[in-house]
Ligand binder design. Structure first.
Ligand SMILES: NC(=O)c1cc2c(=O)c3cc(F)ccc3oc2nc1N
Length: 332
């Protein structure tokens, strides 16, 4: 049935209603991993909104789902100076390294402390800045002080909210990564097109975010897990574990496998557990990140020039990474 043309007032209301509904569906699908509608329902509403925006371009807003498809050709990436330094982590490669870390922490803290353990996602570190709830700046880590402005590319990453559920101003950090299956599919396409294939999902994610054609980024099915709050704004978490829950509450995708460990023995059990489970995960991890859970302890221990004293990254032996992806390729 031909659509009855809407007046501007009707179109304005309808567009607002469709945007809210589509953004809710997209949040369920890309952030919460719990879709509630079939794709065709989303697609039908999306086309309705897209048709209204074509008829009335002035109704297009920065948080409209139609802005996710990219289409800008960038000239390059501007430099961005991080107001809050983006540090790297010190690495540990053995059980002994991890127990030595715990000894140093206990000595500095003067007591036994709890640890928040997280999977170490093998992607690209990014920083996301929001002003009054709106996504205004996305940047790479760079050298920790100066990164690259990749805002336009990150706007096409569906798990990154264009607008938060509350109009707050915060800066958060996390990892942008390419899921294993997307990596295998992309390399299959590139091989069939006679192009070079990517060595691993991390390189594929990094290469995707360096694209100057934002519509290319939109097609790469990148995702995110956020794990740090650099500027808390009105956020109130006092521990890393609570901060991860708070990040999720305000609309970010966080990794569900985190664990609060009371001592380093529990940390080591978690490391062994996920060393086993690693190949079953739909994304690459290259280790485990261990952080003192209380922010008061983190403030007390502080940072060296290079890295926090209150965290360490336990790295899995690298040679297995390739095997994991090879195993996946056989399932195609
Ligand atoms: N790749 C990761 O999954 C991951 C990485 C980092 C960091 O690089 C990191 C760097 C800092 F200086 C402090 C905390 C951090 O926490 C982190 N937590 C994670 N889960």
């Amino acid at each position: 049935m031909a659509e009855i043309p809407l007046t501007l007032a009707e179109a304005t209301d309808k567009a607002k209603e469709l945007r809210a509904q589509l953004n809710q569906y997209a949040h369920e699908y890309y952030v919460a991993d719990k879709p509630t509608v079939e794709d065709y329902v989303y697609d039908r509403l999306y086309k309705e909104l897209s048709d209204i925006e074509t008829e009335y371009p002035d109704l297009i807003t920065s948080d409209s789902p139609t802005q996710r498809v990219g289409g800008k050709i960038l000239q390059g990436f501007e430099k961005v100076t991080h107001e809050v330094q983006m540090y790297s982590l010190n690495d540990g490669f053995s059980k002994e390294d991890i127990y030595d870390f715990d000894e140093r922490v206990q000595k500095l803290a003067g007591k036994q402390v709890g640890y928040c353990c997280e999977l170490k996602i093998d992607g690209l570190a990014i920083s996301l800045k929001y002003e009054n709830g709106k996504f205004v700046l996305g940047a790479t880590r760079g050298d920790g002080t100066v990164g690259e402005n990749i805002t336009e590319n990150l706007k096409t990453v569906k798990s990154i909210p264009l607008e938060l559920k509350k109009p707050i101003s915060v800066e958060v950090r996390g990892e942008c990564y390419m899921p294993k299956q997307s990596f295998v599919n992309l390399n299959k396409e590139r091989e069939e097109a006679g192009q070079d294939v990517f060595a691993n999902p991390r390189n594929a994610a990094a290469g995707s975010l360096r694209q100057l054609d934002t519509s290319m980024v939109a097609k790469r099915n990148l995702s995110t897990f956020l794990y740090t709050v650099a500027d808390f704004g009105p956020m109130t978490a006092q521990t890393q574990f609570d901060a991860l829950n708070e990040l999720s509450e305000i609309g970010f995708r966080t990794n569900p496998e985190k664990k609060l460990c009371q001592n380093i023995d529990e940390v080591w059990e978690y490391i062994e557990e996920y060393h086993e489970k690693r190949s079953e995960l739909p994304y690459e991890i290259d280790g485990i990140v261990i952080k003192t859970n209380e922010f008061t302890i983190q403030d007390e221990l502080g940072f060296t020039v290079k890295a926090p004293r209150w965290a360490i990254a336990y790295k899995f032996p690298p040679e297995e990474a390739q095997t994991i992806v090879e195993e996946i390729e056989w399932t195609i």
